[in-house]
Design a protein around this ligand. Sequence first.
Ligand SMILES: Cc1cc2nc3c(=O)[nH]c(=O)nc-3n(C[C@H](O)[C@H](O)[C@H](O)COP(=O)(O)OP(=O)(O)OC[C@H]3O[C@@H](n4cnc5c(N)ncnc54)[C@H](O)[C@@H]3O)c2cc1C
Ligand SMILES: *[C@@H]1O[C@H](CO)[C@@H](O)[C@H](O)[C@H]1NC(C)=O
Length: 497
Amino acid sequence: MPLILDSSSESSAADVGPDLQEVRRRVHHEADVVIVGAGVVGSALAVAFANQGRSVILLEKSLKEPDRIVGELLQPGGVEALTRLGLRHTLNDIDAIPVTGYTVIYYDEQVPIPYSVIAGQVSDNAEKKQSGGGQFEGRSFHHGRFISKLRAAAMSHANITVFETEVTGMIGASHVSQILGVETLTRKTQKECFFGSLTVVCDGYASKFRKGYIPFAPRVKSRFWGLELIDCQLPTSHHGNVVLGDNSPVLLYQIGTHETRVLVDVPEGLPSASPANGGIKGHLQNVVLPSLPRVVQPSFREALDRGGGLRSMPNSFLPPTTNKTPGLMILGDALNMRHPLTGGGMTVALSDVALVSDLLSPDNVPDLYDTRSVLKQLRSFHWRRKNMTSIVNILAQALYSLFAADDWQLKYLQKGCFRYFQLGGKCVSEPVGLLGAVIHQPFVLFYHFFSVALYSIWILFRENGVLMFPLSLIQAVFVFAKACVVIFPFIFAELRS
Ligand SMILES: Cc1cc2nc3c(=O)[nH]c(=O)nc-3n(C[C@H](O)[C@H](O)[C@H](O)COP(=O)(O)OP(=O)(O)OC[C@H]3O[C@@H](n4cnc5c(N)ncnc54)[C@H](O)[C@@H]3O)c2cc1C
Ligand SMILES: *[C@@H]1O[C@H](CO)[C@@H](O)[C@H](O)[C@H]1NC(C)=O
């Protein structure tokens, strides 16, 4: 049985050479950090810690290239975080497509919101330089190819050992309620144990281990159904295209030279997707297909007929919480989730990795076995990450409510939002800066959200005309109240410790 409770200074990377550390990881299963899950967070965090000279064990249940419909569009803010982590090269040679903005399609109208208009808005020069002199660009790609590149970066690192094994439980010292490591099952038969000063759980959206350490469970109101379209013409190429109208939103973005991802939001219990109406296929065929822009319809129909890899994922919301368990850190989707409408998950993941590896660097916490210092830094992490993540979280949830509008108040807010974008200028440049995760001032989001609400009310008055003024007044109150109901719960969720 490997010992971890011995003098911790003896086991820190600084005192033992890298070769000995490798033996400690491979043979004795001991390291400074044990990471559960080699997804976006796990792989990037392993490299960040290893670059600081920490000894890292990375555990992943399957090292096969993932084939999923998630994490395919990285916002400019995510590219920026990846660059800060020294991992920008993982976007090369994966047939990634540059993303230069978004286009919102509302019935027969559309409005482009390019990232290029952000440049004037971001005052932080360092940020501008990082992303190439004000050139804000995202990337979209096949998720699995990106993950394979991140994993390759981890596997080739001298200070990381990767094991293909499924984590089955935490190992704790009950008298101090401290996590010491994990139990695993290798090749479905062989039980193993791994020990670290710090155990990081980043096993994704369906985390088996968050329960017991996080007081909330994920809430799911809808699912994204995904298809892969071949040689699809998009309303605006190199943009994320969002289709709004009578139905829940549909997202379209190119993920390879020939492939385009379509994600169709389907609320829970939607009648047109019920078995009696032909299930999800019936819904896609009868309701979604006719509502799509003309240019998209042929490849959508073709993908439907072919099967097109049709599958779904739950769209979850999980508010953030502070890590309070000694020896444990929960990160990524296991810790915090928002609706994927705005493609913010990986951007949050990567900027969290950059921030937390900085807060836990050897300069700040020489020995990770010093759980008091680690927990102090994790408290600070919880609040400091908000400059970016609270924006991504609130924006995703609020925008989803508007874009999936299912009552008349929300319909007004949806229309108001679209017309607001049509105004151009700051009404586009700042919102797209928030979407791209390159504006880090939560107040900017608050300001534009309520500007949209007031603009919606103005549209309502204008449409109703002078004669209906009294009715308009009452309706205006309802619309404004709705706007508050939409955003305040998510703001409060961010204010909790
Ligand atoms: C439909 C949908 C679309 C999305 N689209 C986007 C998008 O376009 N852009 C974006 O930025 N974000 C998107 N997201 C969110 C994004 O996918 C996640 O935020 C991101 O993948 C989270 O990274 P993670 O490392 O926490 O989890 P994951 O990337 O899921 O990684 C978890 C890893 O842990 C491993 N694992 C799990 N359990 C165990 C175990 N017991 N033992 C060992 N290993 C284990 C898994 O195999 C996996 O490799 C989307 C989400 C959904 C649902
Ligand atoms: C690996 O860790 C050692 C300290 O043990 C450090 O000196 C070295 O720079 C690290 N290697 C890399 C590639 O970062």
